[in-house]
Design a protein around this ligand. Sequence first.
Ligand code: SOE
Length: 385
Amino acid sequence: MELNIGMIGYSFMGKAHSNGFRQLPAFFPELGVKPVLKVICGRNLDAVKDAAETYQWEEYETDWEKVIARDDIDVIDICTPGDQHLPMALAALKAGKHVICEKPLTNTLAEARELLTVAENTDKKTMVAFNYRRVPAVALARQLIAEGRIGEIYHWRAVYLQDWIIDPDFPLVWRLEKDKAGSGPHGDLNAHIIDLALHLVGDIDSVVGADTTFIKERPLLEAVDGGLGAQGGEQMGQVTVDDATMFLARFQNGALGTFEATRFAAGRRNYNHFEINGSKGSIAFNLQKMNELQFYSRDDEDHIQGFREIIVGEGSQPFMGAWWPPGHIIGWEHTFTHEFRDFFEAIAQDGTFSPDFAEGTKVQAVLESVVDSAATKTWQDVPKI
Ligand code: SOE
């Protein structure tokens, strides 16, 4: 089965998604799905033309509405800043397309709810690109929890730390503008660890949080240079998002959790770490050692008790059979291939995909409750989705 993809956005995530699509048929041939990189879309003609050539797309386009209107496109993949997600995803669903949307799903809970109402009334599949669920070690963590190996969960403890804007001269990129990004590391990074918490521990009932903006003015943006790099000019502008947000959470199943997201953790480039403690054991994961999972079992005999380091590289572990011989490790980019694999399987077999727009809306509900909590300095109940 061939699926024609129309991708909107061509920078950091566009590059990661293009690679994910290209790897898929070669490594998961048994799926029988070939994504066709049909058309890539962006506002800047020269840049999108370059991206089409570099990332091997058949065609390029500068008007996203034209891409969505095309009859030959099966899947719309949205890799733009958050303020564009609602209009693009709505239009794509209304045009009868399956939709992949980068995280967070939208910039507000109201927008996510609006989108969800439409998504629930189509037979099309939706996906929010929370790629860390599909790190093999994280998928293994979920398997160990489902097998009852850590028992009843008491604690979730997660941080997502970066430092790429710690220099006050780093310019005002779109991720620092509320009207484009919705929030700072809260929506960018806490969104990931909230999704992981919902996936691994369960629903969150209530939250209490605090946020801050350390650097309130920055040089206006002059140029971007791929990934997260950028150059600023002489004039200054206001930062309108958080620089750091932390919160406590009470889970429905009684577990207590902590979450922290910041872009001011010097030396922590992309440090996505969680630990889960249960009645029978613990699990810990750190993205910077993404092929390892720490596991402690209280069932081990006393004299050999201790955390063990599972190197996730065996064919029997989630996703690993598709790649290399045991111990031949994989990287960050593989998480995108894995999520597309599962999404296309849901399309091909009319199955379900998780996280879909309903789960993306749940993340949005937690994000917004934390913002409300920080503003009012009170615990907030998370609205049910
Ligand atoms: C930048 O903070 C960023 O690229 C996020 O936007 C991604 O979601 C995360 O996976 C890595 O860091």
